[in-house]
Design a binder for this molecule. Structure first.
Ligand code: ATP
Length: 295
């Protein structure tokens, strides 16, 4: 009985937290989490930036200068570039935390200014660098994405996010307490919990800021496979810090100084872009293997 009561308390706390998140006003930049409602219209959405100019303030230099690129629906794009190139700002503009000074951004062929803000954001999930896990059970953490999810949907999301082995290993499976005062999950596991939430929500667009901290090779492979599984429902944009994710992307967009320096596949870019070659050899390479052999 004591155990049942304590479980009920944990469940009630989780429901309260979900309610808290749901009743927040249109979220702030700091709370752009995967806890938004499901997109009303399913299916991946294509994205286009057309001659976009943007500066954070009128007085400062433009961050985006005539930025143009196109990402087909259901494809994966990896953004790479030096620090300050404007990669995160692409994500902030897509979610309309700021408006471009000039140019157009379209999602699904429609100017994002024409989408209702809530509708626009319900299409997009954002998985941040250090994906948070709330205290409560692993199940509570998944239900944040969709409080109505059935156990079949949960099982499916767990398996697609390559979390089944973790669930099997945890003492109480999905009911194991995680996060604060619970079992500590690794960075890779937390990121896959966030991906599992994306499977439950099926956003039309997933924005992912990859962790800069090195994941081990197994976690890295899991993550790439999981992202690949999302293709039928979701267009995936990654700010990539690891060569393996970059190589797996359909398109690599190399940004420099607020504009596109080059775009294409890893192999194309190795010969076409000096900047990409330098980035691949310095920023992105986390193993001892030479760049060409990974291609
Ligand atoms: P990093 O790889 O270091 O994360 P990035 O390519 O993602 O860099 P952004 O974060 O988009 O680059 O930043 C581009 C420029 O805009 C930088 O000079 C940064 O200092 C500036 N910037 C970013 N966010 C803001 C903000 N909220 N207000 C003012 N300036 C900002």
């Amino acid at each position: 009985l004591v155990q049942a009561i304590s479980q009920l308390q944990v469940g009630a706390a989780a429901v309260a937290r979900i309610h808290q998140v749901d009743t927040l006003p249109i979220e702030s930049f700091e709370l752009r989490k995967e806890t938004r409602s499901r997109p009303a219209q399913p299916g991946p959405a294509g994205i286009r930036f057309d001659k976009v100019w943007f500066g954070y303030q009128d007085t400062t230099a433009a961050v985006h200068r005539n930025l143009s690129f196109q990402i087909p629906a259901g494809s994966t794009a990896a953004f790479v570039g030096p620090s300050g190139a404007g990669k995160s700002t692409v994500f902030a503009l897509l979610e309309r935390f700021y408006e471009p000074d000039a140019g157009t951004i379209t999602i699904g062929g429609r100017d994002i200014k024409e989408w209702k803000l809530r509708r626009l954001r319900s299409m997009i999930s954002y998985v941040e660098q250090d994906a948070p896990v709330l205290s409560g059970s692993l199940l509570d953490n998944l239900l944040l994405a969709d409080a109505q999810a059935s156990s079949t949907q949960i099982d499916d999301a767990v398996s697609r996010a390559r979390l089944s082995a973790l669930v099997d290993r945890l003492p109480d499976g999905l009911d194991t307490l995680v996060g604060h005062r619970g079992t500590r999950l690794s960075g890779g596991e937390r990121q896959r919990v966030a991906i599992a939430r994306a499977f439950l929500r099926r956003p039309r667009i997933l924005l992912m800021d990859e962790a800069t901290a090195n994941l081990d090779a197994i976690n890295e492979r899991f993550l790439i496979e999981a992202l690949d599984d999302l293709r039928d429902s979701t267009t995936v944009l990654t700010i990539a810090h690891r060569l393996s994710t970059v190589v797996a992307a359909d398109q690599i967009i190399v940004m420099n100084n607020g504009t596109v320096d080059a775009a294409g596949s890893h192999t194309d870019l190795l010969s076409a872009s000096d900047l990409y070659r330098t980035l691949a050899q310095t920023q992105l390479l986390t193993t001892d293997e030479p760049v060409k052999e990974i291609a």
